[in-house]
Design a protein around this ligand. Structure first.
Ligand code: GTP
Length: 331
């Protein structure tokens, strides 16, 4: 029976040391820097690949089996815990006689016992390879997940953009315009500000397609969209393709007179592009007609009326000879 431990016999203790999944050891580190392994349990053969006598004969052999990439960290931790005279814990890789690598956890602590005036340390080493490969597997899965999440976010971004962008011209589409119109209508109503809308239509565009071909027609619409969106002045002004050869411009905080001036600027700008249109009855190059409507948004009016009125003004511009701007204000 071992003194102080009821029912613990030497045999029981020996069985523990022979069978437990850990290498138990004690060692002493002398003031002159030399060290000595005093004991190591027989399980070292299974876990470290060498019998205890191999390491007891020369403690340096213990450091020699540590993976070269982990040795510096082991030495640094050893110095730290010796200086603090406190627990040493570290995970390192060791190299087995077969050349295989294994992750182990080293854990040791100073005891109150001494040899030649130096404290004896005791500790244990356990095999943590299974835990490590599970951790590495989990880290790999996490990295893969993060990568797919990144790709998904990018795809969503593209989809979101496509949902509000006109595929051919690259400017905002009708859907984005409808959303913006509702937003600005409500905002201008709250702030008691006028809201104006310019409806733009390319003149004799059917003839352009018939004369130059549908692909040239597409290119022409792209040039017009680029020109219109490039002269949008205020951040809150919003230019979109309304559909077909029609474009729309929303001008919050803008009354009818300045909106008319802006529409004139747009008409001028398109004239200046000088896109040849030989079969146009409105001139020798591409022109636009524009209808402007403006109102002070209120509960008893609707944003749709703003579109309808701009459309009516546009019709007037067409009737009055095209390449011109007409207006309708409604209260
Ligand atoms: N190339 C091309 N043509 C388009 C596109 N969308 C609409 N169009 C054409 O635009 C033409 C519009 O014709 P109309 O509505 O008769 O008007 P218009 O010929 O411009 O005559 P006015 O508006 O009266 O000056 C049609 O021939 C449509 O096919 C497009 O994305 N690309």
């Amino acid at each position: 029976m071992i003194e102080g431990y009821s029912n613990l016999t030497k045999e029981t203790l020996q069985d523990f040391l022979n069978t437990m999944p850990a290498v138990l050891y004690e060692y002493v580190l002398f003031d002159n820097g030399s060290s000595e392994l005093l004991y190591m349990s027989p399980t070292s053969l299974d876990i470290l690949g060498h019998p205890p006598e191999y390491f007891i004969a020369d403690i340096e052999r213990l450091w020699a089996i540590v993976h070269p990439d982990d040795i510096d960290q082991l030495m640094a931790e050893d110095v730290k815990s010796t200086e603090r005279n406190d627990i040493f814990v570290l995970q390192v890789r060791i190299i087995l006689p077969s050349g295989q690598q294994k992750w182990v956890l080293i854990n040791s602590k100073p005891t109150q016992r001494k040899k030649n005036n130096a404290f004896i340390w005791c500790g244990y080493i356990t095999d943590i390879s299974a835990q490590k490969s599970a951790e590495q597997e989990a880290a790999l899965r996490t990295a893969e997940l993060q990568e797919s999440e990144k790709k998904l976010n990018k795809l969503n971004e593209t989809l979101e953009k496509l949902a509000v962008q006109d595929g051919m011209t690259g400017i905002a589409n009708r859907r984005a315009f409808d959303t913006r119109l509702e937003y600005e209508w409500n905002r201008c109503q709250r702030e008691k500000q006028p809201l104006s809308l310019i409806m733009i239509d390319v003149d004799f565009f059917k003839q352009y397609n018939d004369h130059y071909g549908h692909l040239a027609g597409d290119d022409c619409l792209k040039m017009i969209a680029k020109a219109l969106s490039s002269i949008v002045k205020r951040e809150t002004d919003f230019c979109a393709r309304f559909g077909g050869e029609e474009f729309v411009l929303l001008l919050p905080n803008t009354a009818l007179t300045p909106a008319m001036q802006i529409a004139e600027d747009y008409r001028e700008k398109i004239n200046q592009l000088e896109i040849s249109h030989e079969s146009s009855a409105a001139g020798s190059s591409i022109s636009i007609s524009a209808g402007v409507s403006s109102t002070l948004p209120a509960d008893d009016k609707s944003a749709l009326t703003l579109i309808e009125k701009a459309d009516q003004a546009l019709y007037q511009a067409k009737m009055n000879g095209r390449n011109r701007v007409e207006k309708i204000s409604f209260s």
